[in-house]
Each structure stands twice: as C-alpha cells, then as structure tokens.
Design a protein around this ligand. Sequence first.
Ligand SMILES: Nc1ncnc2c1ncn2[C@@H]1O[C@H](COP(=O)(O)OP(=O)(O)OP(=O)(O)O)[C@@H](O)[C@H]1O
Ligand SMILES: [Mg+2]
Length: 312
Amino acid sequence: MADSIIQIEKLDKTYKGGHQALKNVDLEIKRGEIFALLGPNGAGKTTLIGIICGLVRPTSGTVIADGHDIAKDFRKARSAIGLVPQELATDMFTTVWATIEFSRGLFGKAPNKKHLEKVLRDLSLWDKKDNKIATLSGGMKRRVLIAKALAHEPTILFLDEPTAGVDVELRREMWEMVRRLRESGVTIILTTHYIEEAEEMADRIGVINKGEIILVEDKHDLMRKLGQTQVTIVLKEPLTSLPHQLLTWPVTLSEDGTTLHLALKGESDDTEADATGLIKALAALNIDFKSVDMSRSSLEDIFVSLVAGDNQ
Ligand SMILES: Nc1ncnc2c1ncn2[C@@H]1O[C@H](COP(=O)(O)OP(=O)(O)OP(=O)(O)O)[C@@H](O)[C@H]1O
Ligand SMILES: [Mg+2]
C-alpha cells in the first residue's frame, strides 16, 4: 500500500527454549504517523522491534520496511531505520560526536557535519559533543542514543521505551522533539509504559499481549469507543426516587438519595451535551445541587481493562 511504510505479515517468533514471543502478528504502519505500541512486560514489543531492525531472526513471516524486504534486502531496509534501543548500550569511552559520526558511517552515508550538528542541537547536546559518553547523565545518554539513531537520516524511527527513567521536564522536551521529527517526515513507532505518553503523542495505538496484537485503533476512535465519562452530581436535598423525567439519561441515584451518577460512553466532546442536558432537566424540576464533577476515563483505564485478567 502506498500510504504504509511498514508491512508485517504472519510474523512468528519462538525463542530457543520454546517460548513463543510473537504469534501470527499482522501490522501496518502508516507513513508519517506516530504509532504507540503498548503492552505489559514480556508482551513481545522489543522482540517485534528487534525483528524489524534485524537483531532478532523471525521464525516465520515477512516484514517490508520502506519498500524493502528485511530478509532479502536487509541493508536497504535497515538503512531506512533508526533504532533507539531499550537498553543503554553504547561505547562509553568515545565522545558524543565520534559516536554519531561513526554510526552514520556504518550505514554507508557520506559525512555530513551539518546534519549531525543539527541533530545534536535539536537534542540540546551540542555543548556536550566533545564529552565522553560515560561522563553524561542518564537522560543525556538517552538523548545520545536518539542522536545516534538519527545520524544516518532514517525515514523510520523506533523508540523502545524512550523516556523510561527520564524526568518530567526532559520527557516533555523529548515529546516535542518527536513531534518535530514527525513534521520533518519521519515515521515514529514507540513503545512505552507511560500510557500518558501514548495518549499525548500517538496517532494510532496498538496493544500487544502475550505475543498477540489484540487491537490497533486510531487513538481518538479508541477513546470514543471504549472511553467513559463519569458525571457525579451531589444534590442539596436527597431524593426518595429518581424522577421519571431523568430516565432518558443513563443516570442512577445513590442509596442515600444524595448523589446522581451519570455514566456516558465516548470522549468528553460528545458527552458534554448529555451532561448539560441532564443539568438543565434538574433545573426544570427545581432540584438544586451542591456540585457537579466530571471525570473522563483515561487511556490507562482502557488499557488495563483490555489486558485485565490475562496477566497475573
Ligand atoms: N533472547 C531471548 N531468548 C529467550 N527468550 C526471550 C529472549 N528475548 C525475549 N525473550 C522472551 O520473549 C518474551 C517477550 O520479550 P520482549 O522483550 O519482547 O517483551 P517486551 O514487551 O519488550 O517487554 P518489556 O515491556 O519488559 O520491555 C518474554 O517472555 C521474554 O522473556
Ligand atoms: Mg521491551
């Protein structure tokens, strides 16, 4: 398909020792999107990324990356890809500059100091370019890995847990950087345990559990389909029963008669009108209230319910 940049078909991986880490995975990544892959520990995220990047050999199945089959045309496929691995593994005793310069060379790209400088500046690493990596903080090391992944100008960037152990401020900076990269045309696939990160960043979300992709959805569609808004209205005077005029809404009355609960499906935009309607109906019935509270279920709630019960 013209608008997809990665096509994965019927991918299986059984590690030596018999553990099946991926089961019949089909997945397409669209050109230019930010795709978040979510799943509990051991779900198969790093295995999937490892196969696409040629670090792990699949048991069966095919992967096409930027038009190149990773099995038949590995070098071309790989040079389209930048990988920021989950584990911090790089030569600690070389400088930041030498590390990224070397990485670019590995992919057979002609030297380009301008590009490398831009990458380092974008990641606020320019003033560290002559420092040995061992002397940098954990967050800076992580940014060096990103710089290294971008040195050869890939069109696809994998970020495996990019912000694990990164402070809130730096995490926000990295999100900004990822957005800028996407604007420059790079397709981004990230895994994360911070659901907030996926909610903030992703265009589409895939959920993997025990080696199986159990869902792939546009983020907003997902929240609309599975999200809920809870509206809690605390009344001034308790009611003995629920007035029949209110039964058009999915509303319940607490046992003591003091609180109305309204549970609405979908995103807040769609449900605000419902909540406002209910409040108007209360006013028309001269029912006074002390407070109204609205809370929207997060992607986290949705995610937990999707993989619930399946993991101990
Ligand atoms: N080299 C290996 N040999 C054998 N089993 C492996 C190997 N690498 C991973 N596994 C197993 O495959 C499964 C998937 O691991 P993987 O690292 O892909 O999970 P993950 O989703 O990235 O988890 P996490 O969120 O903890 O990073 C796990 O059960 C893991 O123990
Ligand atoms: Mg992993």
